[in-house]
Design a protein around this ligand. Sequence first.
Ligand SMILES: *[C@@H]1O[C@H](CO)[C@@H](O)[C@H](O)[C@H]1NC(C)=O
Ligand SMILES: *[C@@H]1O[C@H](CO)[C@@H](O)[C@H](O)[C@H]1NC(C)=O
Length: 311
Amino acid sequence: MLLVALLLISIITIIILSVKVSSGICKFSHHLAGKTVIVTGANSGIGFETANNLAQRGARVILACRNLERAECARKKIIDSSGNQDVLILQLDLESFKSIRNFVDNIYKTEKHLDILINNGGNYCTENKKTEDGLLKGMQINYFGPFLLTSLLLPLLKKSAPSRIINVSSFLYVRGRIDFENLNMEKCFIKYRVYENAKLCTMLITTELDRRLQGTGVTVNCLHPGVVNTNIMEAIENFFVRAILKTLKSFYKNSWEGAQTTIFLAVSPEVENISGKYFKDCHIAELAQKAQNLDVARKLWDTSEKLVGLK
Ligand SMILES: *[C@@H]1O[C@H](CO)[C@@H](O)[C@H](O)[C@H]1NC(C)=O
Ligand SMILES: *[C@@H]1O[C@H](CO)[C@@H](O)[C@H](O)[C@H]1NC(C)=O
């Protein structure tokens, strides 16, 4: 009995260790002095770790956050740990197009160039609630908001080429479905599908933007950060699923580990000419066919432009 238990424990330990070791760490030590970076959702978790790392490399880092108090706290920590004073806060609420446009106006006023945009902000939102712009809250925070933000910043990114757009997505996109008649789930609301659909949209729009950016020197890639131990777990309602996920806790990455692929995409010279790809653990990963359908991607682009008021 004891022997079996010991055997089991060692097998589990070996599995956990091998998952951790193979989970991808950015090994590049390149500095980013003279570069300007925007990180959305930078006051906690992966966003914080990413901003902190890029500040340590000497970049000018703009923390785009909704909650200014928490952002100020993050900014202090980053300045302390990096010694880099060039860390700024600019308020951004992805739930409001007005806030996004305000943010972008400020960027154009103060920044001459923008070298890296990291669309990290997002939220596992399952509410059936509309934003002030009339779109489903979870879809706007995770997809329509970042879409508008990126679109408005494109002229600056193009002017600053070579520049990079990095989208933090999730492997949950595979479960998403695109129904153009029900993008904001007016016809039929399925809680757990909000996030999955938003992430599939993110993947598709990355594919489409890559097509549109050919030859501009701006690259756009998306990534799955790994299963990171964040508050997303708490939002899962099924008791058994949550219990299983919690027991597997040691498999999850911490925020520092979860930030590695984002940092890799921001700094690695290996990816300077790579665009339109999906990354996992600092490597290119295969993107499911449904996220590469160019017809759907094109239609999604047009529909999104209308819904966010760009057309
Ligand atoms: C991902 O990238 C595309 C193109 O850059 C952008 O329009 C979209 O909003 C981004 N999505 C997220 C969730 O960051
Ligand atoms: C990227 O493209 C440029 C211009 O064609 C080239 O000089 C550079 O070596 C390429 N970088 C990599 C990593 O392939």
